[in-house]
Unconditional design. Structure first.
Length: 113
């Protein structure tokens, strides 16, 4: 985490997802923590072509998506979150996005994130 001010911290991350039997994808993420209470998350997900996987469908590496989430730390153990993602590729007209609500709980003997 990078300390931006007394109340704001930021955390940029990336995740490269690779598998022999499927397409490779890259997630670019930015997290903003506000006063240790609210966590805002924004991600850009895209397919990447590291090398030719000629056994895959040819248009699998062209998908893109944007994801946003809000996490509220309601207590030391419980976090409440809302996640929304939508496609920004040729298939975007076929779906209106995806919503998720989540309630991660951790016991006090678990390590923190």
């Amino acid at each position: 985490m990078f300390l931006l001010s007394e109340d704001f911290q930021a955390k940029p991350t990336f995740l490269l997802k690779y598998g022999l039997g499927g397409p490779t994808s890259l997630d670019l993420n930015a997290f903003l923590m506000i006063e240790d209470f609210i966590w805002l998350d924004c991600s850009y997900q895209t397919g990447v072509k590291l090398y030719d996987k000629n056994y895959l469908q040819h248009d699998l590496t062209s998908w893109n998506a944007v994801v946003g989430a809000v996490h509220i730390f309601s207590s030391e153990k419980l976090r409440i979150g809302l996640w929304y993602g939508f496609s920004i590729d040729p298939l975007e007209g076929n779906n209106s996005g995806k919503h998720e609500i989540f309630f991660p709980y951790r016991s006090l003997n678990q390590r923190s994130d």
